[in-house]
Ligand binder design. Structure first.
Ligand code: B12
Length: 318
């Protein structure tokens, strides 16, 4: 015997209309009809709803919660296991990362695409931080130790570059108007995946992104920035380690060629040489940011100044 929707709503704490909406939208379960034609929910259905609600209470969107539960070898199995949504949710992503790595190492494009289909429901930031960047790290280590070949490394980079390009396209490179950030890798550096990850995070934050890609001479970068409109920030990614003096020279040249009203950030693993104990952490007028969180502080500063600039105008216009 099954439960009527009123009882399910009471037991799960999910309003009746919400249950019906989820059911319709996400094709959750086949609800049986009792002989009196009332809808009937099984114990499994109730358990599934409780799990979805538990994940939502932790901050997941409904669609994310449902995909997470489905990801764990389909909802039926997930329902049969004891209630422990948080570890299973995390496990799903970690498994996804390992499986993606495995597929790419075997040049199995179709398999990698299938893994991505399961991961797409996650927020982009989580895909970047919990799947793509760890894969790249593992690849870098493995390549350096001779466990993976250059071809495997190129294949994975190309695949991840495609995925990140897709993310940026989906975001439309940020809004059509507004604050623009110009992104590029430093001259002589062909690494562009860390930069792409940053560009996606900037677009998510509402910045319009112009991504100029890898290995752009600073003179050309500066020429472009001077001719572009609404640019408030230039981000230069440095992945390779290079001599500190050389890095300072290139960054100083860039700073000198760009109007002071535009902020300049140098970021990525390669800027760590600027943080040695015997040196100042910052170059004159260049923000040195090893992580995206450090860039976020610069963005907050720019956005705060803009709000102040807009304030008096708004008042005088009224
Ligand atoms: C993919 C890759 C390549 C690809 C790049 C493809 C592409 N389209 O981008 C190719 C094949 C071109 C390549 C070439 C080379 N590579 Co390579 N490569 C890598 C690999 C595997 C990933 C690089 C990457 O995208 N990193 C980005 C992320 C994953 O790095 P991350 O440090 O985790 O990033 C975090 C922060 O640093 C930050 N971050 C990263 N970027 C940025 C940018 C900004 C602005 C900000 C704010 C933050 C930020 O965000 C992340 C999360 O916190 C790394 C391994 C690794 N550990 O990174 C090696 C690695 C970077 N490569 C390395 C080397 C040596 C090379 C070559 C010299 C090899 C060779 N002999 O030819 C060439 C250099 C070519 C050149 N002139 O640039 C070394 C660098 C060593 C060093 N310390 O300098 C590494 C570390 C591998 C290793 N373990 O030795 N490589």
């Amino acid at each position: 015997m099954g439960y009527r929707i009123k009882t399910v709503a009471e037991r799960t704490g999910i309003p009746r209309n919400t249950i019906l909406a989820w059911e319709r939208r996400y094709d959750l379960f086949d609800v049986a009809r009792a002989s009196n034609n009332f809808r009937e929910y099984s114990d499994k259905d109730v358990e599934l709803l409780a799990r979805i609600k538990a994940l939502c209470d932790e901050g997941y969107r409904v669609s994310e919660a449902i995909s997470l539960l489905r990801e764990r070898s389909a909802a039926v199995e997930a329902v049969a296991a004891p209630l422990s949504p948080a570890p299973s949710a995390l496990g799903g992503v970690v498994d996804g990362q390992h499986e993606l790595m495995e597929r790419l190492l075997r040049f199995d494009r179709a398999g990698a695409d299938r893994v991505m289909e399961r991961l797409w429901f996650l927020p982009f930031e989580r895909i970047l931080d919990d799947v793509f960047l760890p894969c790249l790290h593992e690849m870098g280590e493995g390549w350096a130790q001779g466990r993976y070949t250059i071809t495997q490394e190129h294949y994975m980079s190309a695949f991840l570059r495609d995925q990140m390009g897709g993310m940026l396209r989906q975001l439309g490179g940020g809004p059509e108007q507004g604050n623009t950030v110009v992104c590029s890798s430093i001259e002589g550096d062909s690494h562009e995946l860390g930069l792409l990850a940053v560009a996606i995070k900037l677009a998510l934050r509402g910045w319009r992104v112009e991504n100029l890609g890898a290995d752009l001479p600073v003179v050309e970068l500066a020429r472009h920035v001077r001719g572009a409109e609404a640019v408030r920030l230039v981000i230069v990614a440095v992945t390779l380690t290079r001599p500190e003096l050389e890095l300072r020279r290139v960054l100083n040249a860039l700073r000198a060629l760009i109007p002071l009203s535009i902020e300049v950030v140098a970021g990525g693993p390669g800027v760590s040489v600027l943080r040695g104990p015997s040196h100042d952490s910052a170059l004159d007028g260049v923000h040195v940011c090893e992580r995206f969180e450090d860039v976020a502080a610069v963005l907050t500063g720019i956005e705060a100044v803009q709000r102040l600039e807009r304030g008096p105008r708004a008042i005088s216009g009224s």
